[in-house]
Every structure is written in C-alpha cells, then in structure tokens.
Design a protein around this ligand. Structure first.
Ligand code: ME8
Length: 636
C-alpha cells in the first residue's frame, strides 16, 4: 500500500552470538527504516530470532543445555544488542512465541487442506548449518558450498510441499517484475535455479528424531521443518491474518537478506505464499558477505568481529557509516580495522568533522555565535553551491531508493568536499576584515550547506545528525521536505559549537601500531588523500648532505645545530637531540631539503630541513643512503 514501508531482516539462529554479518543486515534495515520515516511513510521494521530445528537442538546437546535455555540466552543477546547500535525496530519476534506457533499451524493446515502437502519418502544430502537439502548440482565436491562441510545423507518418510507446482508461476512473476529480486545478479541466479524442475520441499521432521519444533496440526508425530516455520515470521510479525498492520504493510514488504539464504527466500517463500493465496512480497534485497582480513569469518579462524568492541572504539555512528559506505550493496566486501580507521580519519574526522568545527567556530568568532542574515548579493559561487545541494539531495534520494546506499553516502560527501572548498575559496577570515556583508552571505551558505548534509546523514548516523542540527537550532525536524529548498535556516539563529564530532584518530587504539607511531600514521593517511601534481613535488629541492659538525644547544633538550655540506655549507637546527648524540651524527650522509625559507629556532638560524621517520620503538631514524652518494647531488 502506498505510504507504507515494511522492512524485515532474517531472523537469526540462536546457536551463536551476534556478529558483524548480523549487524550489517540489521543496520542496513535500520537505515532504510529511518529513511522511509523521513519520507513521512508508515514504517514497520521487524527483526528477531529463529529458534527451532536441528541446528539449535544439536548445539544445545553439545553444550549440555536445553534448546529452550539456549534460545532464551542467545535471543536476549540479539534483542539487547540492537538498541546499543541505534537500531530502532518495531518488533522483535521469536519463533517460539505463541502467536507465531498459532500462525504456522494455521498456514500448515490451510496448505494441507488445499492439497499442497502430501506424505512421501525422500532421500537427500542435508546440511545442518543451512538446515536444508542440497541438490547434486548445488553441492561442491560433495560438500555444502556455504559451510564447506560434508553433507549428511538422510532418507525419511515425511510431509512434502508441492513446490514444483508453482515453478512456472514463479518464473513468470520474476520475469514480469524485474525488481522483485535485486540486485539483478541474484535475480539471474534464481532464474537459473528454476530452469530445472524443483524437488518438492520436505516440510516435516519425525518427532522420533527431532522434537524441537512446531507440531504439525494434522500429524502429532511430526514437527514442522525449520525454514517453513521461520519464513512465516514475516506474516506473524505484522499480525497476519487479522489486523490493520497486516492489511497496510504486507503489500509493501521488503525482505533484506544475505546471499547465503537466497533460495529459501526467493523460491520456497513465494511459492508458499502463492499456495496460501497471498500476494508475494514486493522486493527481496540481497547483499553480499563480509570477509574479515580477506578470509571467511568463522569461529575456528578466530576472526569473528565483535560489534560492541568496534562501537566502543570508534563510536556507533562511525561504525554504522563504515558498514554502509564500505560495502557495495550486493557484492562481498572485506572488513579490516585499518580500513575502518582510514574511513574514520578521511571522511569523518577530516572532511565532515572539520567542516562543522571550523564553520561553527567562525560563526562564534565573527558573529558572536549568532548567524547574520545574508546582507549582500549572491555570486556565482553561492548559486553553484545552492544548485549542487539540491542536485546532491535528488541523487541521494534516488540512490537510497535503489539500495545504492554506499553511493548515496558518496553523493553527500561530494557536497561536504564542495563546502570545504567553498570555505577555502571565499576565505571568510579575510572577509571578516574587509567585507562584513559578503561574510554574512558566505557564512549563511556554509551553514545552510551543513544543514543539508546533516539531514541526509540522519538514517546512517542519527546521533551525529541530531547533534549538528541541534547546533543549528533545528533538532527534531527530520523530513525529506527539508531537502527540497535551500534557505530554510533562518538568519538570526544562535549557533553553538559542538563537542568534537569525531575525535582525531590518534585517540583510537590500533593494536598493530606501536605507541608513538600512531600520530604519524594518521598524518600519512591524510596526506595520501590530498593528491599533488608532480610539479608541486618538483618545487621541493632535496639534496645529499654530509654532516660536518654537530653540537648540542644549551637550554634545549631537543635541538642540535648541524653544519652540513650540501655542495656548500649550510646550518640547520634540528629537533633530534633525544634520538642522536652529536658524535653519532658527524660523518653521516643524509637527505636535506635545501630550499626552505630560512627560519630561527631558539634564536639559531636554520637554512633547511632533515628527513626522518619514526621507528616502531618510537625513536627517530634519519633518512640515509644504502650506497655512498655524492655530496650535494639532487635527490629525485
Ligand atoms: O540463516 N556477511 O540465520 P543466520 C554478511 N535463521 N552478512 C552475514 C554474514 C556475513 N559474513 N554472516 C551472516 C539464518 N550474515 C536463518 C534465517 S529468515 C526467515 C531465517 C547475515 O543466523 C546475513 O543477513 O545464519 C545472512 O543472511 C544472515 O546473517 C544469516 O543469519
């Protein structure tokens, strides 16, 4: 129904704790839910836990506990994690809840009465990890392609759902609705699965082997197969078959899943719905997998990422931003803490954090904290900025709608970069001295541009967005309408200075880096995003120097005065006294920048600069040569 948005995540198995993969899907669902609330739509966001079946029963047995206790413990872990990650779901469903059990039994009876469930015998290769049979063509070397484990052959008398009966209908539906399964690569994969006749779906397990499940209403000796039970959560969650929520939300249903559970969602589920007589969901949105440090995330490799650890280190908004920005929706991506730090420094601390902090400080300094009404004519620069803000907002909306969330963020960052460039170009610090009217125009446009940014980052970084809008005196007014007009911010508004939004990277703990080297690491990252032309580099004259004399400076712990032969003798005061004794230095061949403007350090004339780096122990190491060079030769 128009104006409604129903988004679901998979309901997660309770055999283990939540990890990065679960967090990704759930955060993306939250981003979409927040975005659609911003559009003024009625939103229902469902997540929860999948608690029945072999997998849970086996894990409980191995742990010496009961399936119920295991489910209670791990379900609570998921439920309690979401608020910590700013995930704001409308319901948390558990498949052991009475309303779900009732719905599953009602649907089983309905499908049975329609003649779509029959009793029969089947033998096949089963993966307990996936809780499903694999066909010969799906298996890889006799193993499950997802868990890379030997499959178990099972042959039993069971109940079967006539899935094959609906295959041609499903092909037709997918073909007529090309965005039913997206991105397209997964649609094609599903059409491939449907080329051959389907095995009917085994939907029961004999209680003699497995009792942890929902009893079949038409045969007490069997429980329901866990996938047939689990998929129905999407109906229970909104009150099927009764209730306004179901009527309003079902036709807008969008499922969000990882590529590992494509078949159950793209084949089992629509055919089940068809048999029940319900419309299929609107979209199945399929994302790729996170690998960690280039390897598959797994308990045995010990590389399972704990989301709360990342939240604690980098803050929840930065973590959410990274998840959204780093993964191209639909493709696999690699997670590494270094990549997170890199994005944190470049995009958040540098681009966004700096923009907000320098701008609000200028309002405070030049206008005493009250943004002046723009009191002068607009130039091309302002018109360009206005045009760009509106263009970026439209691009952002189209990309969010299309699930290109990573590029929606990239669009917002083009506006952030343009605002930083606008500041550099218009130089408010100079206008403050020469042209107060123009200053008022410029500062107004910067702050209004920041407002656009803050509104657009809301779904991904709700806290940061709220803090920025709060500083602009606009808290709690989220609506997409705010992005249709440049000029909403009112002159005369008091503008605060927020506490640092993203404290610099040196405060982040990066275990691989030894203490002392972190600050320099961060500088390097910044410099690498700040590309220069070769002609810029050529401006710097670097020469081979030989140290002729070295002497300590009285009253300074840091400085050493050096006489260096670079073709002529120059004097340099260098801050290396803690790392080298004067005696050690004499005779060394080093790299020297020789065309720096002379400076005085503690009254000592210095005519150049040495080059050095930090060692892992936190010492300095001078740049020298591995073969004897010619003194005064240019370094290229
Ligand atoms: O499959 N990268 O539950 P589950 C990205 N109970 N996402 C990942 C991931 C990774 N490395 N690992 C897991 C089940 N996920 C069933 C679902 S739904 C009716 C029943 C995410 O606990 C991704 O969303 O194994 C994947 O589809 C889901 O967790 C699987 O969770």
């Amino acid at each position: 129904m128009k104006g409604y948005f129903y988004i679901t995540t998979p309901i997660y198995y309770v055999n283990a704790k939540p990890h990065l993969g679960h967090v990704y899907t759930t955060v993306i669902a939250d981003v979409l839910a927040r975005y659609h609330r911003l559009l003024g739509e009625k939103v229902f966001f469902l997540t929860g836990t999948d608690e029945h079946g072999d997998k849970i029963s086996e894990t409980a047995r191995n742990l010496g506990t009961t399936p119920k206790d295991l489910a209670d413990e791990n379900s609570a872990r998921f439920r309690d994690l979401w608020p910590e990650l700013s995930v704001n779901n409308d319901r948390f469903i558990r498949t052991t809840e009475p309303d779900h059990v009732k719905t599953v039994q009602a649907i089983l009876q309905d499908v049975y009465d329609k003649g779509d469930i029959y009793f029969g015998e089947y033998g096949g290769h089963y993966c307990v990890g996936c809780e499903r049979f694999f066909t010969e063509t799906e298996m890889v070397d006799g193993k499950c392609p997802i868990h890379d484990k030997e499959l178990v052959y099972r042959q039993e008398q069971n109940y079967f759902f006539r899935m094959e009966k609906y295959r041609t209908w499903l092909i037709d539906h997918i073909t007529k609705n090309p965005d039913f399964i997206r991105p397209e690569r997964y649609k094609n994969e599903v059409l491939g699965m449907l080329r051959e006749p389907l095995d009917d779906l085994c939907i029961s397990r004999p209680k003699s082997r497995l009792s942890w499940g929902i009893e079949l209403p038409f045969d007490r000796d069997y429980v329901c197969y866990v996938w047939f039970d689990a998929l129905i959560n999407y109906l229970t969650g909104i009150g099927y078959p009764n209730g306004d929520d179901f009527n309003g939300f079902w036709s807008s249903a969008q499922h969000l899943v990882g590529k590992d559970i494509l078949k159950p969602h793209a084949v089992y589920w629509p055919t089940m719905l068809k048999s029940v007589g319900l419309e299929p969901y609107r979209h199945l949105n399929v994302h790729g997998f996170w690998n960690v440090d280039e390897a598959k995330m797994s308990k045995s490799l010990g590389n399972v990422i704990d989301p709360l650890d990342l939240k604690e280190k980098y803050g929840i908004d930065a973590f959410r931003y990274f998840l959204v920005r780093e993964m191209v929706f639909g493709l696999d991506s690699n997670f590494s803490e270094e990549a997170l730090i890199e994005r944190y420094n470049a995009d958040l601390a540098n681009d966004l954090g700096n923009l907000v902090s320098r701008s609000t400080r200028m309002v405070s300094k030049y206008f005493g904290g009250v943004l002046a009404e723009p009191a002068g004519p607009l130039t091309d620069e302002e018109n360009e900025l206005r045009g760009l803000s509106l263009k970026v907002a439209r691009e952002y909306e189209a990309r969010m709608e299309n699930l290109e969330l990573h590029s929606a963020m990239a669009s917002v960052w083009t506006l952030i970069s343009s605002l930083n460039r606008y500041i550099d170009k218009t130089a408010p610090w100079a206008l403050a001295k020469s042209d107060p009217d123009r200053l008022s125009v410029v500062m107004y446009h910067i702050m209004e541009g920041i407002r656009f940014v803050a509104e657009m980052i809301y779904p991904v970084m709700p806290d940061t967005s709220g803090r920025i809008l709060g500083v602009l005196g606009m808290s709690g007014q989220y609506t997409a309408k705010n992005l249709t007009e440049f000029g909403k911010l009112k002159g005369g508004v008091a503008i605060g200075i927020p506490e640092a939004l993203f404290p610099r990277a040196e405060r982040l703990k990066k275990p691989e880096q030894p203490a002392g080297a972190q600050g320099k690491g961060k500088e390097k990252e910044q410099e690498e995003t700040n590309l220069i032309d070769i002609s810029d580099f050529a401006k710097c004259v670097l020469k081979v120097g030989k140290i002729l004399e070295a002497s300590a400076v009285e009253k300074s712990e840091k400085l050493v005065v050096l006489k260096i032969d670079v073709g002529k003798t120059i004097q340099i005061a260098a801050g290396i006294a803690k790392h080298y004794s004067p005696q050690e230095l004499v005779g060394k061949y080093i790299a020297v920048v020789t065309n720096l403007k002379p400076a005085k350090l503690m009254g000592i004339q210095s005519e150049g600069m040495l080059l050095a780096t930090d060692t892992p122990e936190g010492k300095l190491s001078l740049l020298t040569f591995d073969r004897e060079p010619s003194v005064g030769a240019r370094i290229r």
